[in-house]
Design a protein around this ligand. Structure first.
Ligand code: MC0
Length: 146
């Protein structure tokens, strides 16, 4: 069951400048940052609020580490902006299989490693009314190894 908005992924050209915009404008601080080479991103997670399933909701700022990555290609075509939305679930395996059975393309055969050691998969945007959609199971709800 999908129980929260885990994060909204925002593609940007310059992660440090974008982090500074969110800090100076809204007061959001970086909760966690990392490079995910498999996904081709340098990212910062800004924690917005806790959620009643014991997790949290974040903004995820994403700078590509290479031009041929998903975010790199998307930025070249669209410029900066909202890249994807991610729903949190305690069971990414079960929920992604159930959604696949409904005819939606799930992009990975098995979930891969996401931010803060979460397990993630994606649904094809063309099957989701134009929205690249991610499903996330946190490593431990609301706990991160900074
Ligand atoms: C592409 N399209 C999108 C889109 N990306 N539509 C909405 N939102 C997006 N983000 C559309 C394109 O405009 C195009 O439509 C069609 O999908 C095919 O796109 P493409 O440019 O030819 O690119 P593909 O097909 O090579 O790849 C698209 C696909 C890819 C969604 C399969 O981006 C992918 O595998 N994404 C999942 C991984 C990902 O996004 N990783 C980065 C975040 P037209 O109409 O022009 O044909 S990593 C992350 O978020 C992790 C770290 C985490 O959360 O922990």
């Amino acid at each position: 069951m999908l129980t929260r908005i885990d994060h909204i992924g925002i593609a940007c050209f310059d992660l440090d400048k974008t982090v500074e915009f969110y800090r100076a404008t809204y007061g959001f601080e970086v909760f966690h940052s990392e490079i995910n080479e498999e996904q081709g991103v340098r990212e910062a997670m800004l924690r917005i609020n806790g959620t009643d399933d014991g997790g949290a909701s974040y903004l995820q700022l994403l700078e590509p580490t290479r031009e041929d990555s998903a975010v790199g290609k998307w930025l070249a075509k669209n410029g900066e902006g909202v890249h994807h939305i991610a729903f949190g679930t305690a069971d990414v395996d079960g929920d992604s299989e159930a959604i696949r059975d409904k005819g939606v393309r799930v992009l990975y055969d098995a979930p891969r490693r996401g931010s803060m050691d979460s397990r993630i998969t994606f649904l094809h945007p063309k099957d989701c009314h134009g929205v690249l959609t991610e499903l996330v199971t946190s490593a431990a709800p609301d706990v991160a190894d900074h």
